[in-house]
Design a protein around this ligand. Sequence first.
Ligand code: MTE
Length: 324
Amino acid sequence: MLIRVPAPHEPLSSEITSRSDYLNRRQAMAGLGLVAASPWALAQGPAAPGGGKLPKLAATRSTLAGAVVLDKPTAYGDATSYNNFYEFSTDKSEPAAMAHTLKTRPWTVMVEGECAKPGRYDIDALLKLAPMEERIYRLRCVEGWSMVIPWVGYSLAELIKRAEPTSKAKYVQFTTLADKSQMPGLRSGVLDWPYDEGLRIDEAMHPLTLLAFGMYGEVLPNQNGAPLRLVVPWKYGFKSAKSLVKIRFVEKQPLSSWEQAAPQEYGFYSNVNPNVPHPRWSQASERRIGEDGLFSKKRPTLMFNGYEPQVGQLYAGMDLKKYY
Ligand code: MTE
């Protein structure tokens, strides 16, 4: 299991060498014969610099168990140019060029439903609500590919606690922006917009469930779900809804957009599970984006995407083939 608590001396994405410095240093070291020994030892920090175009987002490295994986982070260019954001396009290469039409200021998030303290939160208030942490999570898409992303944000539980959910709040429903004037993909009928997702309240309260505002030490690029998104690292990527506008506490299990579109393919839980195949894709292995070289192999998919020690007990006694 490649999970660790980071040592305090390790750099954050925001502190690490720029891409060109990294490449120059690597070339210099190669000249001295120093590179071959351990590519990951060299790549660990500097392989994932931010793009340098977006405002920085200060954070401290998370010390939460499981919040920082050892896997080599995906290159920034890959993580920001290979996107699923159907409100813009179903073609993964297009959101990067199209999502500039998304207006991320002003932005408000409604917190409502079964809670004692509902609220209307401005994005700037949310940015200050709790200390920002950098968390390096695996992201596993149901389509069979994966990435490793250094996110910046804080546990969703920080916001939920302030809302004081009532005893009737068994689930949390997440709704994302659906504005045709900003999002051309909404004209397609691929989903019943807006993009809705849901979690059980204990899943939403789990400390690994992240409200992310940034990645690679910078604010989120629009195509990655600016100005804030959910990141649930042990579930397939579609549960990590982008560009959130509403968080609602509900008593009954909410219907997510993907479940509504194809219930036989996408269940409510959608925990990463190599033993439960999707009707169209085996989930036993995955292709790590950026490892597409001639000799790269698919890697085995880990139960709960490798977060079983942290989240396995949430599903104790459940038939995971039935509750897929
Ligand atoms: N959120 C919204 N609003 N719309 C989407 O199309 N796609 C989901 C998820 N969140 C999606 C979304 C899917 S299928 C995946 S795999 C991840 O976002 C991709 O996130 P990324 O583009 O940052 O890698």
